[in-house]
Design a protein around this ligand. Structure first.
Ligand code: CAA
Length: 703
């Protein structure tokens, strides 16, 4: 009886089977399953074992699910085989003629939760976490979770857990009926004591598959889908998960397992699942900076200064206070400070009223933010983030001051969304300590942080920014200096093409619908109205001299702003808004656009949905390729993460660069050539990298 991935110990009639792959959080691949299968066979024939305890090695995890790295390259046939093997091994465990106790010592997710449910009794340590996160990878649970969970926790609770993917605490799992007991102290000892009780009292077997998945209301599935329609929009897996759970209520256990397998295989081969698995790894990879060693030294950030108490500065201050880091919030007048602090207080109070923060915790966080008018207060902070008006001269003044006030070794960062970090750094005597830290609005909510490395920024400094970014709950992405960095530089392509399409024949609500249906939370014009049209207008005026003739002529935005329509905040922009800020298309804007086309001599034509997708999205992909070529982003995954977390690119499409691979780069390339003819080479010249990849028949992610 020798195994590689499991350990079997025996003592006084009790067998303890430990999944032994702690370095991979005990994730299951075929090798682990094969060892499990052999061990179960051995245990079945071993009279010295009367009760079996199954647990996970290490402190952190029972089993963190199927091994996603192993699953990543599986073909549909291999995926089917893997699903089948898992189901079968867990079924064999359930069929053992001896009681099985799962002693859940940590993460019990996906295949792990399914394994635990194949046991008769489930005990857990207080820190254990239970969940079926497969939906986040675009699949259903594939080792019996959709059939067993509704049997132990009830249909509604199972639907919620399987379609949300959110894990629950041990206490919650107990409340839901998933586990029998939570143990304090040594779990293994408690499990052995329980096993002895099972032997002494001859407790009966309790097989989950023999329970019934009861239906309280016949319309539960339809109601659930309806209630969650907004959350599930665009995603395939949640609906398939509902279908699989429904099977548990309609079919016998073996038939239900078969149905689960079919659905699992179908999803596993889907583009959505490929994209979501890509995002799972990209999110983890993005913080590893190519060229930097794992043990790269970083600096301690114990206190922070923020310059500018406006919307952005206040939001950034909240991020640090939320992580328990004290902040000085500096502005030039008491009035601005009072206003900024009042907004922060209102935001926190909102969270408290929603029950997501206690009054006490709010008090703690507020006390960590100290308003100040004096730069002297910043002399000991470890990091300063400037969030003043987007004006190079003002920023330079601030950085000169910071350079004289701040202690040596303090990191000086700018929250600029497009200005040149190298130029800002040049006014200091420590350009190696200067970088960009570009938060997205609202800064206390949006997860993306674009960390901008200047020409002279030292590795220690940007490695620190990456680390502190994670500490404050952001997804930090390291990028280089260029106008707009990664996100806004690509966005500018989409903005331009959408404006051109307006003058060629489209209307804002038509474009918005296509982009919304593509999976973005809102279309570009609705987004512009939300952000405030004056922002884009100011930016356009500042850069007017650099625009092409056609861009200058395409002045629909100017015309709307000149009417005092700045978007939601003024009750009208591209759309008009009611008091609740619900948008409606405005005939006045339609007329304005049609007149504009006439004035500039463009005969309006029908613009199809496919053209909108191509011009809005492919233009960004082409720019993304240029960004890669120039080394502004190190890898395509950095761009994908920027777009998913900063701009709401649909996660199930994997980000723009992954999506490009799914579409096929040759198709994107052909479309670019078509628009080069139709719109002009100044906007639509294929990036040499894209051209090269197409010639080689490769994608951005080809090895
Ligand atoms: N497969 C492969 N590797 C995994 C893994 C899994 N299921 N779970 C975690 N890992 C790896 C991570 O990739 C990471 O590796 P690196 O250090 O090389 O980057 C390492 O384990 C540590 O993970 P995290 O950095 O994510 O650690 P954390 O403490 O932040 O989070 C966690 C721990 C909550 C378990 C998180 O890792 C997680 O959510 N894992 C995925 C869980 C999951 O989705 N399981 C379902 C798998 S699908 C399935 O089970 C299908 C089925 O039914 C057949």
């Amino acid at each position: 009886m020798s195994y590689t991935y499991v350990l079997l110990e025996k003592e006084e009639g009790i067998g303890v089977l430990t999944i032994n792959r702690p370095e991979a959080l005990n994730a299951l691949d075929v090798n682990v399953l094969e060892d499990l299968r052999r061990a179960i066979g051995d245990i079945a024939g071993d009279d010295a074992i009367q009760v079996l305890i199954i647990t996970g090695a290490g402190e952190k995890s029972f089993v963190a699910g199927a091994d996603i790295k192993f699953m990543q390259p599986l073909t549909p046939v291999e995926g089917r085989a893997f699903g089948m093997v898992g189901q079968r091994v867990f079924r064999e465990l359930e069929k053992l003629e001896k009681p099985v106790i799962a002693a859940v010592n940590g993460f019990c997710l996906g295949g792990g939760c399914e394994l635990a449910m194949a046991a008769d009794i489930r005990l857990a340590s207080e820190k254990a976490k239970f969940g079926q996160p497969e939906v986040g990878l675009g699949i259903t649970p594939g080792h019996g979770g959709t059939q067993r969970l509704p049997r132990v926790a009830g249909v509604e609770a199972a639907l919620e857990m399987i379609t949300s993917g959110d894990p629950v605490s041990a206490a919650k799992a107990k409340e839901m009926g998933i586990i029998d007991e939570i143990t304090e102290g040594d779990l293994k000892k408690a499990a052995i004591a329980y096993a002895k009780r099972v032997i002494d009292e001859q407790l009966p077997l309790r097989r989950v598959s023999q329970l019934e998945a009861k239906l309280d209301t016949p319309t539960v599935f339809e109601d659930f889908a309806k209630r969650n329609a907004r959350k599930f929009r665009g995603f395939l897996a949640p609906y398939k998960c509902i279908e699989a759970v429904k099977a548990a209520t309609e079919l016998s256990f073996p038939e239900g397992m078969k149905r689960e397998r079919e659905i699992f295989v179908e999803l596993q081969a889907s583009d959505q699942s490929k994209a979501l698995r890509h995002v799972f790894f990209a999110e983890r990879e993005v913080v590893r900076i190519p060229g930097l060693p794992e043990d790269q030294p970083t600096r301690d950030i114990k206190s922070v200064g923020i310059i500018g108490a406006g919307t952005m500065g206040g939001g950034i201050a909240m991020c640090f206070a939320n992580a328990g880091i004290p902040v000085y919030l500096l502005d030039v007048s008491q009035e601005f400070l009072d206003k900024g602090m009042a907004t922060i207080k209102k935001n926190y109070a909102n969270t408290v009223s929603k029950g997501r923060l206690t009054q006490e915790e709010m008090g703690k966080r507020m006390s960590l933010i100290k308003p100040t008018l004096s730069y002297d207060d910043l002399k000991d902070v470890d990091l300063v983030i400037e969030a003043v008006f987007e004006d190079m001269n003002i920023k330079k003044e601030v950085f000169k001051k910071l350079d004289t006030v701040c202690k040596p070794g303090a990191i000086l960062a700018s929250n600029t969304s497009y200005l040149n970090i190298n130029e800002i750094a040049s006014v200091t005597k420590r350009p190696e300590d200067v970088m960009g830290m570009h938060f997205f609005s609202p800064a206390n909510v949006m997860r993306l942080l674009e960390n901008v490395r200047g020409e002279k920024t030292s590795p220690e400094v940007y490695a620190t920014a990456m680390k502190i970014g994670r500490k404050i709950g952001k997804i930090p992405v390291l990028v280089g200096v260029c106008d707009g960095f990664v996100g806004n530089r690509m966005l500018a392509q989409r903005t331009r093409e959408c404006a051109f399409m307006l003058e060629e024949g489209a209307l804002p609500w038509q474009i918005d619908k296509v982009i919304y249906d593509f999976g973005f939370p809102m279309g570009p014009f609705a987004m512009a109205d939300l952000a405030g049209l004056d922002v884009g207008w100011r930016n356009r005026k500042a850069k007017f001299d650099q625009l092409t003739e056609r861009e200058k002529r395409c002045n629909i935005l100017d015309k709307i702003c000149e009417m005092g329509r700045f978007g939601q905040k003024t009750g009208a922009g591209y759309y008009k808004y009611d008091e609740k800020r619900n948008p409606t298309p405005d005939p006045l804007i339609e007329e304005l656009i049609i007149n504009h086309s006439k004035e500039v001599g463009i005969e309006r034509r029908e613009i199809g949905d496919q053209e909108i997708i191509e011009r809005a999205i492919y233009s960004m992909i082409n720019e993304g390729a240029k960004i890669l070529e120039e080394g502004i982003a190190a890898r395509p995954l950095d761009i994908d993460i920027v777009w998913i977390y900063g701009y709401g690119f649909p996660r199930y499409r994997g980000g723009p660069m992954f999506y490009a691979d799914l579409v096929g780069l040759n198709k994107i390339y052909e479309a670019i050539l078509k628009y080069r003819e139709a719109v002009g080479p100044e906007y639509w010249t294929p990036s040499p990298l894209l051209e090269k990849l197409v010639k080689e028949g490769k994608g951005f992610y080809s090895k």
